[in-house]
Design a protein around this ligand. Structure first.
Ligand code: DQA
Length: 158
């Protein structure tokens, strides 16, 4: 946890989205809804600002390596990562290793309930190395993850 010059704790959150999440709004709306990623990010930005978060940054990439690098670079820069890894959730050992290697807590989240979909989605290979998983609540999965991160940061600073 970083402190500013007045000794007040600084809260920094990184929101990462993986492959195909740039298509939200038009992608399988019966599963993922009609909200766009920009709308989700704006909702999070406003909520984070109201809660006194100092920095909330957003990255979406369709490339595994870009997400791995973002996680590696989060060390010392962020207090929490909110991660919707998309399909990488189910097979990316590189992503799992990056999460395990970096001492920044990660909340895994999904719009859909991955446990009531196809068999291959029921396994999250990142689940054992994240703090916890939220899924099945659409945009509220992101909001819940943000709220938990904020509460955790506040708790840690007391
Ligand atoms: C997802 C679920 C994944 O299985 C899928 O590959 C996605 C989106 C979700 O938010 O529900 O891309 O992570």
């Amino acid at each position: 946890m970083q402190s500013d010059t007045d000794g007040v704790n600084v809260k920094r959150i990184l929101v990462l989205n993986g492959p195909n999440l740039n298509l939200l709004g038009t992608r399988e709306p019966e599963i993922y809804g009609r909200i766009t990623l920009d709308d989700i990010n704006e909702t999070l930005r406003v909520r984070a600002h109201e809660a006194g978060v100092d920095t909330i940054d957003f990255l979406q990439s369709n490339f595994e390596g870009a997400l791995v690098e973002a996680i590696q670079n989060a060390r010392g820069r962020y207090d929490f990562i909110l991660l919707n890894a998309g399909a990488l959730t189910h097979y990316s050992i590189a992503l799992r290793d990056a999460i395990a290697a970096v001492p920044v807590p990660v909340i895994e989240l999904h719009l859909s309930n991955i446990h009531r979909r196809e068999e291959f989605r029921r396994t999250s290979i990142i689940a054992p190395v994240v703090m916890g998983q939220i899924c099945g609540f659409g945009v509220d999965s992101y909001i819940a993850a943000l709220d938990i991160a904020i509460r955790r940061i506040q708790k840690d600073t007391k």
